[in-house]
Design a protein around this ligand. Sequence first.
Ligand SMILES: Cc1cc2nc3c(=O)[nH]c(=O)nc-3n(C[C@H](O)[C@H](O)[C@H](O)COP(=O)(O)O)c2cc1C
Length: 335
Amino acid sequence: MVELRSRYLGLELRTPLVASASPLTGSLDGLRRLEAAGAGAVVLPSLFEEQLTLEAREVGRLLEAGAESLSAAVALDDYNAGPYGYLALVEKAKATLQIPVIASLNGVTRGAWVEHATLLEKAGADALELNIYFVSSSPGLGGSDVELRYLDLVRAVRQAIGVPLAVKLSPYFSSVANLARQLVEAGANGLVLFNRFYQPDLDLDTLEVTPRLVLSSSEELRLPLRWIAILHGHMGRASLAASTGVHTAEDAVKVLAAGADVAMMTSALLRHGPEHLTVVEAGLQDWLEGRGMPSVDFLRGLRSQRSVPDPAAWERANYITMLATHPDQIRTEAR
Ligand SMILES: Cc1cc2nc3c(=O)[nH]c(=O)nc-3n(C[C@H](O)[C@H](O)[C@H](O)COP(=O)(O)O)c2cc1C
């Protein structure tokens, strides 16, 4: 058997296949199925800043009271079910599962709500993922101001907790590599590349804006693949997780070869069920075994751009080569 054990955020995982945040990880039943199918770790769905801002005063009171049993606090209090129900989910998940449980917060601004991270840690979360979902739509707000917000928030959450912190970010920055490094310096122990933005559509009959959830496909893997390959080896001890477009064992092999510590999956598991993890793990085993690789560590980062002296020039050269060598395909697609 090929050794699949992997480390992510300092945690020991049985395999590098992780179930990312989604409704599947939001119930004990879903979590049990994911563990049974072989998930190396699970990321719970996010709690939102908006939910927690309402609760910030109560959170402060709980912290002051030094609530010993958060479950008891949940039972006693008649607060908004969201945040407290979430704490109960973390506690139950920890009591039920053997694999690491990563809680998730989604926010954009520093504020009292960040203290909730402390409660997630007390409830037993092995690590925290901070999803910063900020769509900057103000023409007056510059790119560096947006980045400062990110860094500010990461510092605040880092101060609030002792467990490892991962930051899930979008690819839409002018210098992803620079921001990645700054996030690590601000206290991120890992980066999740990337968050997938929800993009609403327009209904042409009603001209209404319609929410449209489209699951990803393997085609979308190339964006995280490229950035993991570029960042691998440049983030100190921080971990890298690939998210978006991991559907098959081949997809997992690619992101691991690029240098990801773990490959995260949501769309594939929603489409095929948690048991799909078993298929991907078997495929990963077969692939490694077929190439005589003794462990996943042997593969990890083998095709990163660490050995390329100037990745930007290399990327540009590849782009030019692609255009130069596929003129027929380009002409066909342009028609
Ligand atoms: C229905 C659904 C719910 C999701 N909920 C969350 C969430 O609560 N927090 C989060 O950080 N990401 C959430 N995501 C994003 C996924 O964790 C993942 O990053 C994204 O779907 C890209 O990965 P994939 O290509 O494997 O689907 C959600 C995705 C879907 C499809």
